[in-house]
Design a protein around this ligand. Structure first.
Ligand SMILES: Cc1cc2nc3c(=O)[nH]c(=O)nc-3n(C[C@H](O)[C@H](O)[C@H](O)COP(=O)(O)O)c2cc1C
Length: 199
């Protein structure tokens, strides 16, 4: 993530799916382009294909192997540095992908007292069932989920060949979600600086 001033919110955009031929990067690039246009945010694209995380956890009390440490080292510091998150998720069997749950579970304090916004996609439900389940999981990790979401129903019909949705309403929805994410991100960052978060 580039050096940023104090006013700018460091936002990790996490691509939740790792499937071959996945749509996730298209949606992630689109929301990252929205962030790039703003002066109050900067985006760091976290791609779980480019930086895969281990799927076997060490036993309680056991130090992770060097390989595990190296894999985590490509992701965890970026989540720790982030003041806010945008999770880009599809819906798999009425929930979110295992790759995303794995990334969530490898981390704990990286999520604490930070806001999370969502961009979801899927069939008729637009990935909203995945988002509702993520809200429950992220509450356990002391994260604050943002009320407004950006949701693409039958996304194949929404996105053009240029990688952007044809309906301008999608840009309006993105702005609303990012405005709320920024509000919470600034508020929570200020609060974390004043007092240690009560875990
Ligand atoms: C294992 C699996 C389960 C799926 N389950 C659902 C579902 O429950 N609801 C839905 O709307 N779409 C479902 N889909 C369709 C996906 O939302 C769609 O294929 C999407 O492109 C997957 O995201 P990805 O391309 O980033 O992997 C499923 C796809 C897969 C691979």
């Amino acid at each position: 993530m580039p050096d940023v001033t104090d006013d700018v919110l460091r936002t990790a955009v996490i691509i939740g799916s790792t499937r071959d031929g996945r749509f996730g990067p298209v949606a992630a690039d689109w929301i990252a382009a929205h962030i790039a246009q703003r002066e109050d945010m900067t985006a760091d694209l976290v791609d779980l294909v480019a930086t895969p995380l281990p799927t076997v956890f060490p036993a309680f009390g056991q130090a992770p192997s060097d390989e595990v440490v190296a894999q985590l080292g490509a992701v965890s510091p970026r989540l720790a540095r982030a003041d806010a998150f945008v999770i880009v998720t599809p819906e798999y069997n009425h929930s979110f992908p295992a790759s995303l749950k794995n990334a969530v579970d490898w981390h704990n304090e990286q999520w604490h007292a930070k806001p999370v916004g969502f961009v979801s996609y899927g069939g008729i439900s637009g990935g909203l069932r995945a988002v509702e389940q993520l809200r429950v999981v992220l509450a356990e990790l002391h994260a604050v989920t943002i009320r407004n979401t950006v949701s693409f129903h039958n996304y194949g019909e929404v996105f053009g060949a240029d990688g952007r949705p044809s309906d301008p309403g999608c840009d309006v929805a993105a702005k609303a979600m990012l405005d709320q994410l920024t509000w919470w991100g600034q508020a929570l960052r200020e609060a974390r600086r004043v007092r240690r978060y009560a875990v």
